[in-house]
Design a protein around this ligand. Structure first.
Ligand code: ADP
Ligand code: MG
Length: 613
């Protein structure tokens, strides 16, 4: 009952028109046709007033009223005595809000599911007691108790217990993930079995899930240029309809022809199909852990001709390991590793992590580095125990004109490597090893199948390693030994545009910003670290890049189909009714059918799955 009353209040005019229609039908069947016509005419004209008022407000706010043709149709219907046609048009116009609300609700369904699952409460251990608190009260370092079925309130680390977790709302990965003491938990995932104790690593505001929600909120209101373009066509379309309607009226001398053309002309497909498909597609993508910041980024990806990849952590696993160490006298291998690791503690580069891990495994005691300076894409410099130390690419060492031992030939180093210099001399070379991601080749192949023109890889690593990888993956072009600035130039020089770049949010920030579409991938593409990206793929899986491309492309195909089919049908009906075939009432029904069909056609984008081509 309450819902009925709510409906009546929200859709007053529609309800009134519906009631008038039913009563009118009753009156007609009981042979009171004249009375019925009066009722229909009055109610239709009553609806015109608020519709005109709404249009006037839209015109003033810069958006063109979409109901001009409809209002003309209602007035003309009443004047020509086509009361039933007038009522049907009134129902269509006043029911427009109803239809749009329904469409929006359906389109944003996945977004709403995400928003509904924001963690609210948590169990915190305070002074030895478990208390229930709001997630916003959690401080870094707090101990949390998380029971079966509960959401992880903030990003945390397990300190006791093990369990499996459903991370699907973050990554779209539906398989449960087992996590043990020491492992990181992301806010928003669900504890599936067993109670665990965890320590908060971030406040709620800075946790993964809450960051994603922030992005989703901004995405839902942004529109792509494509939408505005379709919007712009609705004005000429309206003019065309009027011109044709007046033309056939003058030519045939029958005013009813004017009415018929105006009734079947609808700008609805042009105005609504694109935004509905766009929101549906973006919302659907979020289900698979693909968070798109803006409608334009989504459109950019759909139209991308080239996708450029960074190497480390994107096409390779990014789990670098120290494979071998070469030392030059007077230094020994432990000394080289120790100095390098002491320096690398201060870098977030994946190579740095590997070097520190190796030193810890060797139980080396690390020293404190002072005056640390990192040159992105080159390496790090600092002073350790009063000694000047450099770690990074050979070109970094060259920049500082370090002396090279006689037996040292940098060109023979064909691995990913970090060169170490201590006090102006090359002290050693740390060779690192990474693995190609097993899924990457399949992802590249699928991208081509989806219609991509060009793939390329840009890396700061050496040529031999880089070429070996692109050869295995079927990537066309490779740019090795590139500095961050070179990567920007490469992007600019590319022919097939738009260009999407896939990198991590940490080291590739300038390139992510410069690319037409910057995509941050994986765990290191975490929401907080991905400020410069236009799009974030939460699951650390290269295949999701192809999946995101497929979803974006499919969305825009659906939008285009819906617009073309809808306005094509409308144009065809205009042509047919202009010849005098059909009645105003039939026209009004057909117009309503087109509008509804267009909405449902655009909503197909909310059903796209990752594997749709
Ligand atoms: P990619 O383009 O593949 O992500 P980067 O541009 O980040 O690679 O780095 C290129 C190369 O620079 C690495 O292969 C590594 O040899 C060197 N390098 C950069 N930063 C560091 C660092 N902090 N420690 C050691 N080597 C580094
Ligand atoms: Mg990188």
């Amino acid at each position: 009952m309450k819902r009925v009353r709510g409906f009546l209040r929200t859709y007053k005019l529609f309800s009134l028109a519906l009631a008038a229609g039913t009563t009118g039908l009753g009156l007609t069947l009981t042979h009171h046709a004249v009375l019925a016509h009066w009722l229909l005419g009055i109610v239709s004209l009553m609806a015109v007033v608020p519709l005109l008022w709404g249009m006037w407000q839209n015109v003033r706010s810069g958006a063109y009223g979409i109901n001009l043709l409809g209002v003309t149709a209602i007035i003309a219907s009443v004047l020509l005595g086509e009361y039933w046609a007038g009522l049907v048009v009134t129902l269509i116009l006043t029911g427009g809000d109803l239809l749009e609300n329904f469409a929006e609700h359906r389109a944003k369904r996945e977004f709403d599911t995400l928003l509904a699952r924001v963690p609210q409460k948590a169990h915190i251990i305070r002074k030895g007691k478990v208390v229930r608190a709001l997630v916003n009260d959690i401080r870094i370092g707090d101990k949390l108790i998380i029971q079966t079925g509960e959401l992880i309130p903030v990003d945390a680390k397990i300190i006791d217990g093990a369990a499996s977790f459903d991370e699907s709302s973050l990554t779209g990965e539906s398989l449960p993930q087992t996590r043990q003491p020491g492992d990181r938990l992301l806010s928003g995932s669900v504890n599936l079995d067993g109670t665990i104790t965890a320590q908060a690593m971030a406040t709620a505001e800075h946790s993964q899930y809450q960051q994603i929600i922030k992005l989703v909120r901004s995405a839902a209101v942004s529109q792509a240029p494509f939408v505005r373009l379709a919007d712009r066509y609705s004005l000429p379309f309206t003019f065309l309809a009027y011109a044709l309607a007046i033309g056939v009226w003058l030519w045939s001398g029958q005013a009813v022809r004017f009415l018929e053309v105006v009734i079947v002309a609808t700008p609805y497909p042009l105005l609504l199909a694109a935004p509905i498909a766009l929101i549906s597609g973006m919302s659907r993508a979020s289900r698979y852990g693909v968070i798109v910041r803006t409608g334009s980024a989504f459109e950019g990806l759909a139209k991308a001709k080239t996708i450029a990849f960074n190497k480390t952590g994107i096409l390779t696993r990014g789990q670098l390991m120290v494979k071998s160490i070469k030392a030059y006298s007077p230094f020994d291998r432990d000394e080289v590793l120790k100095m390098a690791a002491s320096l690398e503690q201060n870098s977030s580069h994946l190579a740095a992590k590997a070097i520190v891990t190796a030193a810890i495994q060797q139980k080396l005691k690390l020293a404190k580095a002072k005056h640390v300076h990192e040159v992105p894409g080159l390496g790090v410099r600092a002073s350790i125990n009063g000694k000047e130390v450099l770690v990074g690419r050979f070109s970094l060492l060259e920049e500082y004109a370090v002396k090279t031992p006689a037996t040292f030939k940098p060109s023979t180093v064909n691995h990913t490597a970090a060169f170490v210099a201590i006090e102006d001399r090359v002290a050693g070379v740390i060779c690192l090893q990474d693995q190609i991601r097993p899924e990457a080749a399949g992802a590249i192949e699928r991208l081509y199948r989806l219609g991509l023109k060009q793939t390329l890889m840009m890396t700061g690593d050496n040529k031999t390693t880089a070429e070996a990888i692109t050869r295995q993956l079927g990537i066309e072009q490779v740019y090795a030994e590139a500095l961050p600035a070179d990567k920007l130039h490469i992007l600019e020089s590319l022919k097939h545009r738009p260009v999407a770049f896939v990198g991590d949010g940490v080291n590739d920030a300038p390139v992510l910003t410069a690319a037409d579409v910057g995509i941050a991938l994986g765990a290191r593409g975490s929401a907080a670290a991905s400020e410069p990206a236009d799009m974030i793929i939460m699951l650390d899986d290269t295949r999701r890049v192809a999946g995101a491309y497929a979803i974006a492309k499919r969305t825009f195909v659906i939008a285009r189909q819906s617009i073309l089919a809808g306005s094509g049908l409308s144009l065809a009906l205009m042509a047919i009714f202009a010849t005098g075939i059909g009645t105003p009432l039939a026209g009004a029904f057909l117009q309503g059918v087109i509008n509804i069909a267009v909405i449902f056609s655009a909503l197909r984008a909310s059903q796209i799955t990752l594997n749709d081509t």
